[in-house]
Design a protein around this ligand. Structure first.
Ligand code: SAH
Length: 358
């Protein structure tokens, strides 16, 4: 079997590779259909490909899925997988069944450099970008599980992943190229067919990348981890705010809204006595009033190593925003019984490290 993961390549990439090696470029679509629709991982089983092409694929590429170390299913249908990468690092992926479809939260890096004080990801010591194939394969395995669950019934839209939130561990704008290639691959109509409007990228606010992203003029949704209504509070929680303070961030956001004509989401974790006071809600409303935006209020998931605690004033904060004329929702928590909620995965991972001596 070849060493290159086939999950790194878009249809266009494959077409070029095929042509350069003397094959018909139309086989790229057939390969995509086998892998992303039929979920076939053995090139030898791709019966409509010519034997010499199958041999070529076999000796140069592989379609190995990621290795799943732990698969857990919650009472609410949430599925969490702990994957083992080739270099023995582990990452998590979560599938959340929603009314509108099957949504997957993908991880983009091992660990994270951004060091937000409230987040458990920064506690993971090793850091590296995930390769495109490692992000694509998170979806592949979730689709394998759904396919089995829905007994191969492709006519049932719930039998495959339909929505993606790039909100797992890592800062997607810090692994921009691989994340964009991932999106190009899952977007393919001959493949997973996940539309840009069904994909949301969340960022802590890497301003130059937000501008670059805006200039791409895609239909992909953007969510901004704002989490504070002024620079003092935000800088105390998020080091990125020192490089790109709120005014610069909001300028970039306005630029994005203008360039794409799309509504933006501001994420706001509510932390007791840090950012959840009445005056913060009023300040936040003033800050974003008039923008094509809404606020996603997130109950904080406590991480035992840091002093932050979940706010008890979520309802009050929400009501003030509403009164101030700001669109807001309180995010539902998923998979609390399997530690699938943000910031709690790492604890489980350490348990696995001990038990399995990975
Ligand atoms: N780096 C990106 C995406 C990953 S984090 C970003 O910062 O947006 C996804 C979201 O979860 C972010 O809004 C992040 O601030 C939030 N988050 C991190 N730790 C959390 C916790 N313990 N409880 C609730 N939300 C958390």
């Amino acid at each position: 079997m070849g060493t290159k993961s086939i999950f790194n390549y878009s249809i266009q990439d494959l077409q070029e590779i095929l042509v350069a090696n003397g094959f018909n470029k139309f086989a790229a679509q057939q390969i995509f259909d086998w892998i992303y629709v039929k979920l076939e991982t053995d090139f030898n089983n791709m019966s409509n490909l010519k034997k010499d092409l199958r041999d070529y694929l076999m000796s140069n590429f592989n379609a190995n899925p990621l290795k799943s170390l732990v698969v857990e299913e919650s009472k609410d249908g949430t599925i969490k997988i702990l994957f083992l990468l080739d270099d023995k690092k582990t990452i998590e992926t979560v599938l959340m069944p929603q009314k509108y479809g099957q949504s997957v939260c993908v991880t983009t890096q091992v660990g994270c450099k951004m060091a937000c004080k409230f987040c458990a990801s920064g506690l993971i010591k090793t850091e590296r970008n995930l390769e495109t194939n490692e992000i694509v394969r998170q979806i592949f395995t979730m689709n394998q599980i759904l396919k089995e669950k829905f007994k191969d019934d492709l006519s049932n839209p719930r039998s495959r992943v339909s929505h993606i939130v790039v909100m797992g561990i890592g800062e997607p704008m810090d692994n921009f190229e691989n994340v964009m290639k991932f999106i190009e691959i899952i977007n393919e109509t001959k493949g997973f067919q996940i539309g840009a409007r069904h994909i949301t990228i969340s960022t802590c606010g890497v301003v130059p990348k937000i501008i670059e992203f805006a200039d791409m003029k895609t239909q992909i949704n953007l969510a901004i981890s704002l989490h504070a209504s002024n620079n003092e509070v935000r800088s105390s929680m998020m080091p990125i705010n020192k490089a790109y303070p709120i005014e610069k961030l909001l300028d970039a956001v306005s630029y994005y809204i203008e360039a794409t004509n799309r509504r933006i989401t501001f994420e706001y974790i509510l932390i007791e006595d840090v950012n959840d006071k009445k005056e913060h809600a009023v300040e936040l409303a003033r800050l974003i009033r008039g923008m094509n935006a809404y606020v996603n209020l997130i109950p904080y998931n406590e991480v035992k190593e840091n002093p932050y605690r979940k706010s008890t004033k979520i309802d009050t904060f929400f009501k003030i925003l509403k009164k101030e004329g700001i669109n807001a929702i309180v995010r539902k928590e998923f998979g609390a019984d399997i530690d699938a909620a943000c910031g709690q995965l790492r604890a489980k991972r350490e348990g696995v490290f001990k038990n399995d001596e990975v």
